[in-house]
Design a protein around this ligand. Structure first.
Ligand code: TXA
Ligand code: MG
Length: 317
């Protein structure tokens, strides 16, 4: 598969896409809403590449794409409203936010450290073909750089990323607007992001009213306001160059001070993608009730380091 070329789907291309995903690489694919930047949702470093390529200054949670309800049920706790909505609107432009199952293999980076996953079954035939062949979960945010509009043609994606990523052409997206995101964890649905599946359609399909949890009715909860982010229960001390026995040390790079009660190294070789992939799992592991504080070594701020430092600053605030 040679980027810059925009690729048209056939059997060899399905195989090549699967091979790229297996190798932890990104492939942009069409869906009926907008083009997505896809990676193996269970591979932390592959998902870290998504944030890196999009130049997202923060870790916002990503949408996971699957081929069937049965596959979705492997990853998330199912609810009766999820079933009702899935039957009414899948495959289609609707995303359900549901609780992660225990031992869910999807990387915590997809959830940005939270305990939920946003999941959907796209209707686009090319997406269906790729996801069926994959058989698991593909994390795919809209295939645009952070702060820019979502792409609805393969050419738009090429304008965003140039030659960096293979792009599969599925024509112009039929819906052209990102999916409706619905919190389906509770007894009543909550529309978190409006889309072409409207609140009225949701209420009609379920026969119950939507609950409103938006700070102001009708406004979208912006990703930065999501409460789902993991917050450690003990203080976080940044830019640590030493650590005490009562402290846990979140280390980075080859030169690690000794003396901490427990040390976990985000990346002994100083690889930023590896560090991003380990961030949420290691914060959680160190927040285990045995330490007074999590001391964090300095982490470079370039590239995906900006998102890592943003998350750590918020954990320390
Ligand atoms: O139509 C779409 O949804 C497209 C195509 C590619 O599927 N994807 C998309 O992804 O728009 P993205 O990453 O650009 O937007 C994801 C939205 C964000 O607003 C994010 O905050 C929300 O979904 N989201 C993702 N995971 C969430 C979660 N666990 N809880 C709440 N909101 C979540
Ligand atoms: Mg987006």
């Amino acid at each position: 598969m040679n980027p810059p070329k925009i690729l048209h789907i056939d059997a060899t291309l399905v195989d090549k896409t699967i091979a790229h995903w297996n190798a932890g690489e990104l492939v942009a694919m069409p869906t009926e809403t907008v083009y997505g930047l896809g990676a193996d949702a269970t591979n932390g470093e592959a998902v870290a590449k998504i944030y890196s390529v999009k130049s997202r200054p923060q870790f916002n949670p990503l949408i996971v794409h699957v081929a069937t309800i049965e596959i979705a049920q492997r990853y998330v706790e199912w609810t009766s409203i999820a079933l009702g909505l899935a039957k009414a609107f899948w495959p289609g432009p609707m995303t359900l936010v549901l609780k992660r199952r225990a031992n869910c293999p999807i990387t915590e980076l997809v959830s940005a450290g939270g305990d939920t996953i946003a999941i959907r079954i796209p209707a686009h035939p090319v997406a269906q073909q790729l996801l069926t062949a994959w058989g698991g979960a593909i994390a795919a945010p809209s295939a645009n750089r952070s702060g820019r509009v979502s792409p609805t043609t393969a050419e738009h994606v090429r304008d965003e990323f140039g030659t960096a990523i293979p792009i599969i052409d599925g024509g112009a997206c039929e819906v052209g607007l990102e999916s409706t995101v619905i919190d389906a964890t509770g007894d009543a649905p909550i529309v978190l992001r409006p889309g072409s599946i409207t609140r009225a359609m949701v209420e009609k399909a379920l026969g119950i009213p939507c609950a409103s949890s938006a700070p102001t009715a009708g406004t979208q909860r912006s990703p930065g306001q999501l409460e789902s982010h993991y917050a450690p229960s003990i203080p976080v001390r940044l830019n640590a160059t030493s650590a005490e026995e009562t402290e846990a040390l979140l280390a980075f790079g080859p030169n690690v001070p000794t003396g901490a009660g427990t040390t976990l190294n985000l990346s002994p070789t100083g690889n930023m993608l590896e560090a991003a992939a380990n961030l949420f799992a290691y914060l959680r592991a160190l927040d285990n009730g045995y330490h007074s504080c999590i001391a964090v070594m300095p982490i470079p701020t370039e590239g995906i380091g900006e998102a890592i430092n943003d998350r750590l600053k918020r954990a320390a605030a």
